[in-house]
Design a protein around this ligand. Sequence first.
Ligand code: PEP
Length: 245
Amino acid sequence: MKYKDKYIIANWKSNVQTITEAEEIINKGLELGDKVAHYTVSAPFIYPLSAKYSPVIGSQSVSQYEGGSHTGLYTAQQTKNAGATFTLLGHSEERARGMSDADINLSIENALKQDLYVCLCIGERVRETSEIEIKKQIDESLNGLEEELNTNKIMLAYEPVWAIGSGALRPATDSEIIETVNFIKNYIKTQFNLNEETKIICLYGGSVDSTNIENILNLETVDGILIGRASSDLSEWSKVVDTLK
Ligand code: PEP
């Protein structure tokens, strides 16, 4: 039970185009059982699958609005009512399309009101300015959420933008991951003056696949993995799951 305290979140992005393929991938992940703390999928289309696979299914975002004329956005309430249990927020691919930290802050509030767990993605665009960029994201997107941070309904994912997706330069090194995950945990604890016993959960995401997942999960400070491309390809995903079993 090497990874029983570690979280695995699969982010399919806009991949996985059929329900059949989606179910094969989800079912493969379910083989993880209690080998990990929790396995969840951030699906692009929550409606057809979430009721059947709740609590495994989450969404990739929820709107900063609670309803109204906002074509293309899902509200937190719709997400919850569809059977989802959590949502990613602040993914860099969404930030690149214009989602601001102020929007993310509102979306987090909406998600928590609906009792969804939140995985907030933060990470720098440029390694050299990592701490400055991350501090700003934390200050603005978590503004006013001290109490909620103490309830452990918000987890973080450190996702350096330069290590994510098809344009990734390279995966982050072990020391970059350890250094930044520790920085994020310590900064949040002190900045929001959290209770001594509150444990900040912080995952890593960026170019993780079957060849490097074990190495990264074995870094003590890393509480789990947010895995993108490799989670939406059945053959690579099967290798990942079999590695962890
Ligand atoms: C992600 O989209 O959150 C991610 C980590 O992507 P990838 O694993 O494809 O780099």
